[in-house]
Design a protein around this ligand. Structure first.
Ligand SMILES: CC(=O)N[C@H]1[C@@H](OP(=O)(O)OP(=O)(O)OC[C@H]2O[C@@H](n3ccc(=O)[nH]c3=O)[C@H](O)[C@@H]2O)O[C@H](CO)[C@@H](O)[C@@H]1O
Ligand SMILES: C=C(OP(=O)(O)O)C(=O)O
Length: 427
């Protein structure tokens, strides 16, 4: 299996192109199930998760074609067409590899009146139930049965009548599934306490481009008037605010100065605010965001929360960065119960982090020391690469399949800004 070798000590300097957002792409792809016309997505990141989703779509009989994919370019363009569906079953083997597969449930149900999807199960960061996905679909009139590890959703003949649902806790995925089911409902669907993440806005914008009628986009109370049919569209995936935030933290902790091409400050509010509070310079440029270190960083306190709060997907990267700040930072994880898998690995590299339940106390250190490390999830893996960028000596990060799920050609982008990093095949 491949490994990434990082030799620390180089400040990151230069420009980094930011890819299309994984978490947006994973909810835009299943929208192709909602129409028999072609849906073309531009700026799709080249990631293992996107390849996995393409296979899943092919399994339903959706044709997919990729254009303009020169190996040297970041991103690509994919056209999907669900002219005739050959299946509405998402099997365990495909779903278990990628939790986001559950996002086909709503659109399959809306398009074919029935969907059978394997339960995705938990993962390293937490239990991750799907009860809210099911309750929202039920509120819109679906019949839900769970048996033998699969969920089967059925709509009355003629389609989902529509209805109202209030989320007891904010869920990104459940909001997405509910929206995708609602756009083809017979009546009106209302969602309260819906997620407001920029990726949800991206989803709504694509659906509107396909002919959907959605009120209050970007707000917690969504009203969706179902349409008889949607049509095709061409749409550009938003840029990845988590990838951009990760490189911002990496630049800051290495004493660097980078321009993140395509990054959008408006969608990165809490990340930018936290960087500034830590003493990092962040300013908008014509093409994105400039992030530059300004001497020693200050310790800060952060608590993860649904958007517009501080993203759980940025917690591990901030933790690595704050190890290099002056003083003691406090991070609290409120979204996932087990999202501190990076702590023991960072501590092996010389960090001084203590966890007490959902809170992590991060004591500033003078520096990391390189070590062989591995992580059990995507952002945790990134935090280890980042520690490696400032560490004395060599850090060897293994289990790259986590990083490959969410960072397009990470080692190439880091090398573009002066990092000493290479991917090697393990013997
Ligand atoms: C592909 C994608 O977009 N993934 C993102 C999405 O994951 P995902 O959509 O899985 O995360 P959710 O927003 O649904 O999860 C938020 C919280 O709600 C709970 N919950 C969720 C659904 C449910 O039916 N019942 C329930 O209790 C979860 O356990 C968690 O504690 O949002 C997360 C929170 O911003 C991010 O970390 C992930 O990167
Ligand atoms: C947790 C994440 O993704 P997923 O929901 O795909 O596991 C993430 O992107 O940090």
């Amino acid at each position: 299996m491949d490994k990434i070798i990082v030799r620390g000590g180089n400040p990151l300097k230069g420009q980094i192109p930011i890819s299309g957002a994984k978490n947006s792409a994973l909810t835009l792809l299943p929208c192709a199930l909602l129409t028999d016309e072609p849906v073309t997505l531009r700026n799709l990141p080249r990631l293992a998760d996107i390849d996995g989703f393409q296979h899943l779509m092919n399994q339903f009989g959706v044709s997919t074609s990729i254009a303009g994919a020169r190996p040297e370019d970041f991103g690509r363009v994919m056209t999907l067409q669900a002219t005739r569906m050959t299946s509405n079953v998402a099997p365990y083997d495909l779903v278990r590899k990628m939790r986001a597969s559950i996002l086909v449930l709503g659109p399959l149900l809306a398009r074919t009146g029935e969907a059978t999807v394997s339960l995705p199960g938990g993962c390293a960061i937490g239990n991750r139930p799907i009860d809210l996905h099911l309750k929202a679909l039920e509120a819109f009139g679906a019949k839900i049965e769970v048996a033998a590890g699969y969920v089967k959703a059925t709509a009355p003949s003629g389609g989902l009548p529509g209805g109202k649902f209030t989320f007891p806790v904010v869920s990104v995925g459940a909001t997405e599934n509910a929206i995708m089911a609602a756009v083809l409902a017979k009546g009106t669907c209302e969602l309260k306490n819906a997620a407001r993440e920029p990726e949800i806005v991206d989803l709504c914008n694509l659906l509107v481009a396909m002919g959907a009628e959605i009120e209050n986009i970007g707000r917690g109370n969504l009203v969706i008037h179902g349409k008889d049919r949607l049509h095709g569209a061409t749409y550009r995936v938003m840029s990845d605010r988590i990838e951009a935030g990760s490189y911002a933290c990496a630049a800051a902790m290495t004493g660097g100065d980078v321009e993140l091409l395509g990054a959008n400050e408006e969608e990165m509010g809490a990340t930018v605010a936290a960087l500034r509070e830590a003493g990092v310079l962040v300013e908008e440029t014509k093409n994105g965001l400039r992030v530059a270190a300004q001497g020693k960083m200050r310790a800060i306190t952060l608590t993860t929360a649904p958007y517009p709060g501080f993203a759980t997907d940025m917690q591990a990267q901030f933790m690595a960065m704050l190890c290099m700040a002056e003083g003691t930072s406090v991070l609290t994880e409120t979204i996932f119960e087990n999202r501190y898998m990076h702590v023991p690995e960072l501590n092996r590299m010389g960090a001084h982090i203590e966890t007490k339940g959902r809170t992590a106390i991060v004591h500033g250190i003078k520096g990391f020391t390189g070590a062989p490390v591995m992580a059990t999830d995507l952002r945790a893996s990134m935090s280890l690469v980042m520690a490696g960028l400032v560490a004395e000596g060599e850090t060897e990060v293994s289990r790259l399949y986590h990083l490959d799920r969410g960072y397009e050609r990470l080692e190439e982008k880091l090398a573009m800004v002066g990092a000493d990093v290479e991917r090697v095949g393990a013997d």
